[in-house]
Design a protein around this ligand. Structure first.
Ligand SMILES: [Fe+2]
Ligand SMILES: [Fe+2]
Length: 351
């Protein structure tokens, strides 16, 4: 029998009697981030500008195509015995995913509540649909963790970290990208595992396809919101916001995937090509929402990623006098990437 230690409310981890959280279940990692935004401004969203599209997306969300997909009774027990190192890699992936889905739920729920309080009922309900999906995703991942002997009590995870404020335009740009990049991550993993079924070591992966369609729809919902605020995607403001958010999200993705490449290797995926494909697809999809996207034609953006990862590793591993030098090399490379050419898109804009 193994002991179950309770280190804090909301988290019960099978620690095999040590009363210590294993490093891959770090407390900081288990604390969702909170965001707040200009809720009063958001309450003034002029839906009439994109009424038809809004109605279509509202209907799609209301239809709730995945209502029965996340079967509460389906077994999520891991199929294969993994080495302790591989088991930790898988659990770490589950923990990061559950926290990120749950953070999405908290944000959508808060936006929904604020809309409802301001008398914007249909917008409140619209975001309630998004919150519903993220709660489902988080709940499902949480069940996969239970199969690993790790119990995360989601409702008690909230409220520990101070909320970070972002303007509405920042929230919409970053939400759009996080939903679309989430879509591409899930669908590319799903395609790979369907082509290489021997690598699918847990039934959780069988649920990825309809799951990623949820994320795709969420991105489309956020796109409708962006279209209700045409000023966000116009002129210099639209260009700098597009550049900044695409660059930030892609850079974070590259560093995360390359630093935690073990999980992808466990699935038989090459992390560097996976990162590249996710970035190319997400950049392409963003043409539907952003006024500008990166132009990858000269190959420089993708080439620089490899140098950036090397410089990042060098900075992390050196000490003493070499550290600031390695840091400035890293910063120089990421700024170079930031400034690479972009191309104008034909995204629909009103106003
Ligand atoms: Fe999700
Ligand atoms: Fe989502």
């Amino acid at each position: 029998m193994t002991a179950t230690a309770s280190k804090e409310p909301g988290l019960r981890v099978d620690t095999r009697g040590t009363n210590q959280l294993p490093p891959h279940l770090d407390e900081d990692l288990l604390t969702p981030r909170f965001y707040t935004t200009e809720f009063d401004k958001a309450a003034k969203t002029d839906l009439d500008q994109a009424r038809e599209e809004f109605q279509a997306m509202y209907k799609e969300m209301e239809a709730d195509y995945n209502r029965n997909h996340f079967d509460r009774k389906a077994s999520l027990d891991r199929l294969d015995e993994l080495s302790p190192e591989d088991k930790a890699i898988y659990e770490s992936y589950l923990v990061r995913s559950v926290v990120s889905e749950f953070s999405g739920f908290l944000l959508f729920k808060e936006i929904s509540n604020r809309f409802k309080k301001s008398g914007r009922k249909e917008l409140g309900q619209f975001f309630q649909f998004l919150a519903r999906d993220e709660a489902r995703h988080a709940g499902f991942l949480s069940r996969a963790l239970v199969s690993e002997g790790i119990e995360v009590d989601l409702p008690h995870l909230g409220g520990k970290r101070a909320a970070t404020f972002f303007p509405l335009s920042w929230v919409l740009y970053s939400l759009y990208l996080s939903e679309k990049i989430g879509y591409w991550r899930y669908i590319l993993m799903d395609r790979h595992l369907k082509a290489n079924p021997d690598n699918a070591f847990a039934p959780l992966f069988d649920f990825f396809e309809p799951w990623c369609q949820d994320e795709n729809r969420h991105g489309d919902c956020i796109n409708v919101m962006m279209r209700c605020w045409p000023g966000m995607t116009k002129g210099f403001r639209g260009k700098i916001l597009s550049r900044f958010f695409l660059w930030t999200v892609f850079l974070t993705h590259t560093l995360t995937v390359c630093e935690r490449g073990e999980f992808y290797q466990l699935l038989g995926i090459d992390p560097v090509s996976f990162d590249e494909e996710v970035i190319i697809k997400t950049n392409n999809t963003s043409k539907n929402a952003f006024p500008w996207v990166y132009n990858f034609d000269d190959g420089k953006f993708l080439e620089l990623r490899v140098k950036i990862v090397d410089a990042f590793r060098e900075w992390r591993s050196t000490s003493g006098i070499k550290k600031p030098l390695a840091f400035s090399k890293f910063v120089g490379l990421i700024l170079k990437q930031f400034a690479l050419p972009m191309q104008k898109t034909n995204a629909v804009r009103y106003g």
